[in-house]
Design a binder for this molecule. Structure first.
Ligand code: NAP
Ligand code: ZN
Length: 363
């Protein structure tokens, strides 16, 4: 576990020319959500003001509010799966106009100049990418996320939502979609590749759809057989329960790539044994405590363990367009703002098929 460091900010500080907005905020680690108001910054020339319509609940929101990644900045307004409509634009905005349907994901700023920003991989910005919430922006102000009715974001971090995607369905794509699409593209998943998707939650159920659309042979590994028919419906070719020891015998040495979307620690050696020579276990799941593995699990098959963080802005736009073109969409349950605490409990019990999305008009 990392050292727990909690930073407290004062919401009520009045600033001029700010736009007030309703939000759901947690006052401290594991605190229940409360409805309150905050002020968004005055529009800078390159800013877009977005009327948020829907905001997905990512398991990362829960890790953050529960302090599992080392404390946090409170009060915290989570939410990095944001879909809405442009309400106003700054004087130098060129990409967006009022009324356009747009999204914002996990990041709201980066230096724009380092080698990674220039490559469109803003998430690895050397100055430090600014996360949509639970972060300090480059002026030192805390960022507040999408459990909110309005947000102000520099246009560089805003993407366009294709017409064929409804806003509620589009919102989870801004994190769960890009976080699974990006590694599948990076590790060249396609025809002839055998891919396993580990965990069928918000990320996992989209990963199955992308891996299938990219032409890979897709195997799903879930704790039980409960999600089998749905996983096959998302495009899986095969489905196995990891609670059955026979699964690890049957699938030994099978996969080129395993995409681990599980929010908890794993028996890493058991999953490494399912990789072919040169196979890679890619982690996107981000439990707050370290995993362990035996070096022999890697060296006996020249295997790799990797990790990947969300995806860049240009790739996020590509993922949205790809999703629209291939009719890829999350299966969602739309909830009211007053149901978010209960929704967190349900995500922790894996009692969601497969993503909660908050209708922020209920704030
Ligand atoms: P989620 O909807 O809760 O899904 C997680 C899935 O993991 C569950 O559906 C379950 O699948 C499996 N699981 C849960 N607890 C488990 C346990 N104790 N043992 C084994 N399997 C378990 O979560 P999510 O929103 O998809 O997020 C998944 C993880 O990705 C989180 O840790 C999140 O923070 C992380 N994340 C990372 C990035 C990144 O950039 N790397 C971005 C977004 C999210 P089955 O029921 O099928 O077993
Ligand atoms: Zn997320």
């Amino acid at each position: 576990m990392y050292a727990v460091k909690v930073i407290k900010f004062d919401f009520s500080k009045e600033r001029e020319n700010m736009c007030k907005t309703s939000v759901l905020s947690a006052s401290g680690i594991k605190a229940p959500f409360e409805k309150t108001t905050i002020e968004r910054r005055e529009l800078r020339p390159d800013d877009v003001l977005i009327d948020i319509k829907f905001s997905g609940i990512c398991h990362s929101d829960i890790h953050s509010v529960h302090g599992e990644w080392g404390g946090g900045i409170f009060p915290m307004v989570p939410g990095h799966e944001i879909a809405g409509v442009v309400a106003a634009v700054g004087s130098e905005v060129t990409k967006f106009a009022v009324g356009e349907r747009v999204g914002v994901g996990c990041f709201v700023d980066s230096c724009g100049e380092c080698e990674y920003c220039l490559k469109g991989e803003e998430q690895y910005c050397t100055k430090g990418v600014v996360q949509t919430y639970n972060a300090l922006d480059y002026d030192g102000n805390p960022t507040y996320g999408g459990y909110s009715q309005k947000i102000v974001v520099t246009e560089r971090f805003v993407v366009r939502i294709p017409d064929s995607l409804e806003l509620d369905v589009a919102s989870p794509l801004l994190c769960a979609g890009i976080t699974t699409y990006s590694p599948l593209k990076h590790w060249n998943v396609g025809p002839g590749k055998k891919v396993a998707i580990l965990g069928v939650g918000g990320l996992g159920h989209l990963a199955i759809q992308y891996a299938h659309a990219l032409g890979a042979e897709v195997t799903v590994l879930s704790r039980s057989m409960d999600k089998k028919s749905e996983a096959l419906g998302f495009g899986a070719d095969q489905y196995f329960a990891t609670s059955d020891p026979e699964t690890f015998k049957a699938l030994a040495g099978r996969f080129d790539l395993i995409l681990n979307t599980v929010s908890a620690n794993l028996n890493v050696d058991a999953y490494l044994s399912l990789l072919r020579v040169d196979g890679t276990l890619v982690n996107v799941g981000a439990p707050g405590t370290p995993d362990q593995y035996n070096a022999f699990s890697l060296l006996m098959g020249r295997r790799s363990i990797a990790g990947t963080l969300v995806g860049g802005i240009q790739e996020t736009q590509e993922m949205l367009d790809f999703s629209a073109e291939h009719s890829i969409a999350p299966q969602i349950e739309v909830i009211r703002a007053d149901q978010v605490d209960e929704a967190y409990d349900r995500v922790l019990r894996s009692d969601v098929r497969y993503r909660f999305v908050i209708d922020v008009s209920t704030l």
